[in-house]
Design a binder for this molecule. Structure first.
Ligand code: NAP
Length: 529
């Protein structure tokens, strides 16, 4: 039974009069539950409770935080059936996808737990004193990372589990020792409420202060704005649209005391297909690309929205075959009304440009639910370079093919690209060496390079980079996926010449935690003599 209330430090409340409903994307029908947007007082109470909680959790040993992450994963698994049924009713993503996403979500929590138990996340560095150095002696300097404090997390619509209440941003902040205040996405409020029960259960089972987690519901931008303006907040994790990320980045920057916002936003994920790849594997790539572009009705931030090919007969045949393959796949249900209307407006803008051909799924009939017909657009390199609008992300089943003539034109296209989460290259067997300049040019624009593959899937590993230059993200030096995501919610502190017993355990001579440290330039677990 969902109540529609907000969870403020473990207490369920609905003090305000503004409410909204879940919408079933398959029928456009609104549900019965009233979800109450958090009031300014509730937001204030959540952040104050988080700040109180931080005064103790900032000192918790890593193993205590790891136990909490493991318990959260178990609590989520215990509610798996209800979570999947509820999220499916709110997002129409289907049980197969949601089962996978649930496993990814609990896997993320456990990956951070394993990192904490291993201990290298604090990045302990020790540079011993050099008392005999001339002309001046060098002091003893030791550095490690500490948690930032209360973090606001904004859920995305298209990942109701993995980028939501207990998703990657929350897991990373919890792992750092930071209390989390989630601004739930209005597209899946009942799912958010169920997750809040699971996290609250973990908070109490582990004896954590209740302010370690709060869920604020809201539809409209006020809840998010007031939350980010709160003076006790220390950082923001955001996954969503460029417009939303930019707005929150600006709110945070205008505070009397600005705080960091880590926003992962949209991307069109260019895929370059060379002449060799077209000749050797054209048919195979048609199928792989169509599967990647239509997966999840194209509603992935890693959807390959831009395909670049050398102009000619092979490219024309490839585009025609891709169009057939993409337009043949059944139109799926979109997440919500704003994805549907955003697609219609964005595609209309691109399609109205001179020299852009647009093909829409011919059999598209008006579905009962939120939908948009598969759409394939095509243009040439000069048109693409001249029209920045063609770099706008169409969040759905829309793919733009761009043909180039000669390496120089391809180089111009790559230079004109804005920042991307990913860039992919498909090449022929003998081409790899000759593609170094292309790889170098693409590398400057992306967070992840994919070789002879497709960008859609994002593995949760220590090496993963999910981010990129603006506007893929506003903090290209960070990732929102993988265990390195914890780095966003920690800050380095250096200790100079402190007595050993006053140092954090991670930096003490005897290395009581047994962690890997960089000691005088060497990675080691050995104690200092
Ligand atoms: P969205 O519209 O930006 O909403 C995300 C969250 O931000 C919601 O809680 C929304 O709540 C809030 N918000 C949006 N604009 C705001 C503003 N001006 N002020 C305060 N809060 C604001 O994103 P979405 O609905 O999830 O749309 C999907 C988009 O996310 C796509 O563009 C997709 O590419 C991107 N995405 C990116 C990634 C990635 O890793 N880079 C992953 C998934 C999705 P309110 O509406 O209640 O304000």
């Amino acid at each position: 039974m969902t109540t529609g209330e907000n969870s403020i430090a473990g207490e369920w409340q609905a003090a305000g009069g503004d409410f909204f409903h879940s919408v079933d994307p398959r029928t456009r029908q609104t549900g019965e539950t009233r979800f109450y947007s958090a009031t300014a007082q509730e937001i204030d109470a959540a952040v104050r409770a988080a700040a109180d909680a931080f005064s103790s959790t900032r000192l918790f040993p890593a193993t205590t935080l790891a136990d909490f992450l493991d318990t959260s994963a178990e609590e989520i698994e215990a509610s798996a059936d209800a979570l999947i049924a509820t999220a499916d009713a709110e997002t129409a993503l289907g049980s197969v996808r949601l089962n996978g996403e649930l496993a990814r979500t609990t896997g993320q929590l456990r990956a951070f737990s394993a990192l904490l138990r291993e201990g290298s996340h604090v990045e302990a560095v020790i540079d011993s004193a050099l008392p005999d150095r001339t002309p001046l002696p060098r002091p003893d300097i030791r550095r490690m990372l500490l948690p930032l404090g209360p973090v606001a997390v904004f859920s995305a619509s298209n990942f109701p589990f993995a980028f939501a209440t207990a998703g990657g941003d929350s897991a990373a902040a919890f792992a750092a020792g930071c209390p989390v205040i989630v601004k739930g996405h209005p597209g899946h409020p009942a799912t958010s409420e169920l997750f809040a029960h699971a996290i609250n259960a973990a908070v109490s089972a582990c004896g954590f202060p209740p302010g370690y987690f709060s869920l604020l519901q809201g539809d409209g931008h006020d809840v998010g704005r007031i939350l980010v303006e709160h003076p006790f907040l220390e950082a923001v994790g955001f996954t969503g649209s460029l417009r939303g990320g930019r707005a929150l980045h600006d709110v945070a920057a205008q505070r009397p005391r600005p705080i960091p916002v880590f926003a992962e936003m949209g991307s069109i994920n260019p895929v370059v297909i060379t002449a060799g790849a077209l000749a050797e594997r054209g048919d195979e790539i048609v199928q792989g690309l169509a599967a990647s572009a239509t997966l999840g009705v194209g509603q992935f931030c890693t959807n390959p929205g831009l395909v670049l090919l050398p102009a000619g007969e092979a490219a024309s045949a490839f585009i025609a075959a891709s169009r057939d393959a993409m337009l043949a796949s059944e139109s799926g249900i979109l997440l919500n009304a704003s994805v549907e209307s955003g697609l219609a407006q964005g595609v209309a803008r691109s399609a109205a440009l001179d020299n852009v051909q647009t093909h829409v799924h011919e059999d598209a009939t008006q579905a009962e639910g939120f939908s948009y017909p598969h759409t394939v657009m095509q243009t040439d390199a000069a048109t693409f370079v001249e029209n920045a609008d063609l770099q706008e992300e169409h969040f759905g089943p829309v793919t733009l093919f761009v043909t180039w003539k000669g390496d120089e034109e391809l180089d111009r296209v790559l230079r004109s690209l804005s920042g991307q989460l990913t860039g992919s290259i498909h090449c022929g067997n003998e081409e790899a060496e000759s593609l170094r300049p292309l790889l170098d040019a693409l590398r400057e624009k992306v967070g992840r390079l994919v070789w002879n593959g497709y960008p859609t899937g994002v593995e949760v590993t220590a090496a993963m980079q999910h981010g990129g230059p603006w506007p893929a993200s506003n903090a290209a030096g960070t990732t929102s996926v993988g265990t390195n995501a914890i780095r966003r919610f920690m800050r380095p502190v250096a200790w100079q010449d402190l007595p050993d017993e006053l140092l954090p355990e991670a930096l003490q001579n005897s290395n009581p935690l047994g962690i890997v440290r960089l000691v005088n330039g060497e990675l080691t677990r050995e104690p200092l003599s």
